[in-house]
Design a protein around this ligand. Sequence first.
Ligand code: BGC
Length: 364
Amino acid sequence: MSKTIHAVAVYPGEAGSVHRTEIPAPEPGDDEVLVDVIRVGVCGTDREIISGVIGKAPEGADELVIGHEVFGRVAAVGKNVTKVKVGDFTGATVRRPDGCPACAAGQPDMCVWHQYTERGIQGANGFMAKQFVEHEQYIVSIPAELASIGVLTEPLTVVEKAVRQVRLIQRRMPWWQPKTAVVLGAGPIGLLGALLLRSQGVEEVVAVARTPAPNSSATILEAAGARYVSTEEMSIPEVGQHYPQIDVILESTGVSAVAFDGIPILGNDGVMVLLSLTGGTRTAEIPTDAINTGIVGGNKTIVGSVNAGFEDFTNAVASLRKFESLWPGLAGTLITSRLPVTGDVSQIASKARDEIKMVVEFGP
Ligand code: BGC
């Protein structure tokens, strides 16, 4: 019998079907890398998959191995691989291209046809397994000094891409320098966005979330010179009154109504990046004249951003290094719970109180 390895999978569409499974041990092809997984992060997308709302198994399979925030170590390389060697620490990108113009140009994160696959999410098995293989082109090198926080690379790429979009858009105004930024939501994406903006020298970074301080998100933000505001102490419109020139807004609450509440507080010439994929069917009544006039009169940009390009992965690794030099040990405090893969994997389904980032541990 061929060798099998531990993995964590769901039956897509079946709520609460997360379970440990055994899959065949993968073998790397000539252009592929075999990675020993060390740990895998869990995010809101994984929880939506676990609750049966999204997620698609690979063609012909009924199980989907979940997990797309991976950190591991190269176990073997195919004979044509030059990018990494055995023993190197690595991550991997998530989305795999279809044949659309964006994908053909090497930017599947901008896919037009939406026939892409995403490892652990959409039509391709993920990384929550003892080992995985991947073409070297999708492998991301992570330096050994970042071993304890390398698992944060992928979530950080989401905001790396967002902030890169902001800077690309704002080349329309060569004098533009962001001084004030608001992050809506203080989960892992909001926090990493706030750290990123602070690390890039944005003076005033304010994260707005529901839970009143003190809490671990507020502690992390304060340590990085950012501010935490609970909507219980200041509503979103009040945040706008307090900060009249908000240059950048990153929206990561997962609630579409909050995204629309945020638009009116964006300052003139500002950019708001919407980052929440909201799967529901909610509707709301909104002041369209005021919102429209605000956007037009203020030359404002509202832009959506999903997934991340390869350069966002390289930039995320550089940013993690910068975080460590600015605030040693701080990024690591985002990891608030560790679940061994041999434990009760049904615990992945629910977010513990005061949890920021849960990771599943596969061993050294
Ligand atoms: C992942 C992205 C992915 C998106 C939509 C996010 O959680 O970080 O890589 O594109 O979900 O599936």
